[in-house]
Design a protein around this ligand. Structure first.
Ligand code: NAP
Length: 322
């Protein structure tokens, strides 16, 4: 019997052909939840992204051995439950690190120099004379960048900041990142100190029960009044209502956001009416090259895991030693 794979995201044609050379592939639209759940019941593996795969959706999926997410973040899954069921979860770290760090830096520069706001101002025909102070932004070079979660992506952001923009880098992690300390002069501090000292606070932690709501009203109050918050991790790491209040009240200068509590961001979100907010549609890793590399990586993870030969990119390694 050929193996069956559920693809719940559109894949590049060469990646789909690769999967089809190893298994029967069933394409499903995850918006059709009933069809998705029914397909999982008959599958050995599944590949996709950006959709919550909850425990009840895989009840009765007795053949299911591998879930392959086309992302580094795996907050869409209950990892402990998958481990209990003996299902391997694989993800795609590293291939997206540099493009996501570019997005973070794009948000830093766009927020500091008001790039989006002023580009719209020009398009709206307001540039009638040489600009004055009302169009000035704030400097990035030489400032202090606080990275909350300095791992793979945080490290690539720290490299850009320290070597490209001569910034001072502070960070919080549960364990030290010696490479970033040595190569970029990054200094590990408590969150309160990071918030008090940084001109840019950049979140790059995974979304977990510990990091949900990590930045709320109290933390925003601890930031400098002229500071900018950058979030390209996951929306719920920041209390969005508290952020909206802080931006309205001038508690902080602005925000550059790639992720939101609810995605797509509702059209009536107050964030969309704020000039001091740069909002992107979750494009962290979204270049043609990186998205293709992620799809290939996830497809290869899936087939190797089904073959029992995968040695890296496994989220719940303990499932293999039962
Ligand atoms: P990573 O290498 O695992 O880095 C995460 C860092 O966060 C680690 O340094 C970790 O250090 C730290 N951390 C974890 N829990 C923490 C906590 N409770 N308090 C403080 N620090 C904590 O992951 P990555 O590859 O850099 O990716 C990070 C996240 O970025 C992903 O999980 C994903 O959600 C997000 N992301 C978003 C996009 C996008 O499109 N916007 C794209 C890619 C990734 P310790 O373990 O020492 O604490």
């Amino acid at each position: 019997m050929p193996r069956k794979i559920v693809a719940y995201k559109a894949l590049p044609s060469d990646i789909e052909a690769y999967l089809r050379s190893h298994a029967d592939v069933m394409n499903v639209d995850p918006q059709d939840r009933a069809a998705f759940v029914a397909a999982l019941k008959d599958a050995d593996g599944a590949i996709g992204a950006s959709v919550k795969v909850s425990s009840d959706m895989i009840d009765g999926a007795t053949k299911l051995k591998v879930l392959s997410t086309i992302s580094v973040g795996f907050d869409q899954f209950d990892v402990a439950d998958l481990t209990r069921r003996g299902i391997v979860l694989t993800h795609t770290p590293d291939v997206l690190t540099e493009s996501t760090a570019d997005t973070v830096f794009a948000l830093i520069l766009a927020s500091a120099r008001r790039v989006v706001e002023l580009a719209e101002w020009v398009k709206d025909g307001h540039w009638q004379a040489s600009i004055g102070e009302s169009c000035f932004g704030v400097e990035v070079q030489g400032k202090t960048l606080g990275i909350v979660g300095l791992g793979r992506i945080g490290g690539a952001v720290a490299r850009r900041a320290a070597l490209g923009f001569r910034m001072n880098v502070l960070y919080t992690n549960r364990s030290p990142n010696e490479q970033a300390e040595k190569e970029y002069g990054a200094k590990r501090v408590e969150l309160d100190e990071l918030l008090a000292q940084s001109d840019f606070v950049c979140l790059q932690v995974p979304l977990t029960s510990e990091t949900r709501g990590l930045i709320g009203a109290n933390e925003l109050k601890k930031m400098k009044q002229g500071a900018i918050l950058i979030n390209a991790s996951r929306g719920p790491t920041v209390d969005e209502a508290a952020l909206i209040e802080a931006l309205k009240n001038g508690t902080i200068r602005g925000a550059g956001l790639d992720v939101f509590e609810q995605e797509p961001l509702p059209v009536d979100s107050p964030l969309l009416a704020m000039k001091n907010v740069v909002a992107l549609p979750h494009i962290g890793s979204a270049t043609q090259e990186t998205r293709h590399a992620m799809a290939r990586n996830a497809a290869e993870n899936l087939i190797a895991a089904l073959d029992g030969t995968l040695e890296q990119n496994i989220v719940n390694r303990d499932v293999l030693v039962r």
